[in-house]
Ligand binder design. Structure first.
Ligand code: ATP
Ligand code: MG
Length: 225
C-alpha cells in the first residue's frame, strides 16, 4: 500500500478540520490518536474519498481519491465510528452479500464468499441474525465481514473497540492484529495501538506527532494532562 497526502487539507466553511499536510503511509499497522474533534475521522475519510480535500490531493496506490473515486472505494474498506450506520439490510448474511451483488457476482459465488468470510472470523452463527439485535461486539464483527468480503487492500477502522466489553475488545484486537490487509486504526483505546509501527497524533487539525506507538502515545498523554 502507498497512501500519499500532498499538501492535503480540509475546511468546512471558515473552520479548518485538517490543516494541509504531506506524508506517505506504507506501514501495515498505523494508528491515529488525538482528542475529540482533533481531525482523526476527517483524516481517515480523506483516504477512501468520503471526504474530499479542500486543498492539495490524496492518492492511494497512485489513484487520486477525487478523480479515481470509485476505484479508491474498492481498495479502501472503512468501518464507521458507529457501525450500525453502515449496515444496510436487516439480516447479517444479506448485508454481507450486498456489496458483492452490486458487483454483479453470481449467486453461488456470492454465497461461497459470504460463508467464507463469516467462517474466517468465527462468525458463522451471526449469519442469520438480525443486525439491529446484535451486541456491540457482534455488530463490529458483522461490519468487518461486510467490508472485508469485497477484498479491500486497506482497512480503516474508526474506533473499533468503542463501547465493547473486555471479551469483545480482545476478540476485535486479535482479529485486527491477525488481518493480512494493511490496517489504519483510529482509537481512544491506547493499549490497542501499543504494538503499532506508526502512530499519528492530531491536535486541533494539525499533525503533532508521527512516531512509533510508544513515543506518540507519550506525547498524547502530555497533551491531555
Ligand atoms: N461535516 C462537517 N461539517 C462541519 N464541521 C465538521 C464536519 N465534520 C467534522 N467537522 C469538524 O471538524 C473537526 C474535526 O472533526 P473529526 O470528526 O475529524 O474529529 P475526530 O478527531 O474524529 O473526533 P472524535 O474523537 O470526537 O471522533 C471538528 O471540529 C468537527 O466539528
Ligand atoms: Mg472521529
Amino acid at each position: 500500500m502507498d497512501i500519499r497526502f500532498d499538501n492535503a487539507g480540509v475546511n468546512y466553511g471558515a473552520r479548518t478540520a485538517l490543516s494541509p499536510l504531506s506524508l506517505t503511509l506504507r506501514e501495515r499497522r498505523i494508528g491515529v490518536i488525538g482528542l475529540n474533534g482533533s481531525g482523526k475521522t476527517t483524516f481517515a475519510r480523506l483516504i477512501n474519498g468520503l471526504v474530499k480535500p479542500t486543498t492539495g490531493r490524496v492518492t492511494v496506490n497512485d489513484l487520486d481519491t477525487v478523480s479515481d473515486a470509485a476505484k479508491v472505494l474498492g481498495k479502501v474498506g472503512y468501518i464507521f465510528q458507529s457501525p450500525q450506520n453502515q449496515i444496510i439490510l436487516p439480516i447479517v448474511r444479506d448485508d454481507i452479500a450486498y456489496g458483492l451483488k452490486a458487483r454483479g457476482y453470481d449467486k453461488a459465488k456470492i454465497n461461497a464468499a459470504v460463508e467464507g468470510v463469516l467462517g474466517r472470523f468465527g462468525a458463522s452463527h451471526l449469519g442469520s441474525r438480525r443486525a439491529h439485535e446484535l451486541s456491540g461486539g457482534e455488530l463490529q464483527m458483522a461490519a468487518l465481514c461486510s467490508v472485508l468480503v469485497t477484498g479491500p487492500d486497506i482497512l480503516i477502522l474508526d474506533e473499533p473497540t468503542n463501547q465493547l466489553d473486555l471479551k469483545n475488545r480482545a476478540l476485535v484486537q486479535k482479529t485486527v492484529m491477525g488481518l493480512p490487509e494493511s490496517v489504519i486504526v483510529i482509537s481512544h483505546d491506547l493499549p490497542l495501538l501499543e504494538d503499532f509501527e506508526r502512530v499519528l497524533l492530531f491536535d486541533q487539525g494539525r499533525l503533532l506527532a508521527d512516531a512509533p506507538a510508544g513515543e506518540a502515545i507519550a506525547r498524547y498523554r502530555e497533551l491531555a494532562a
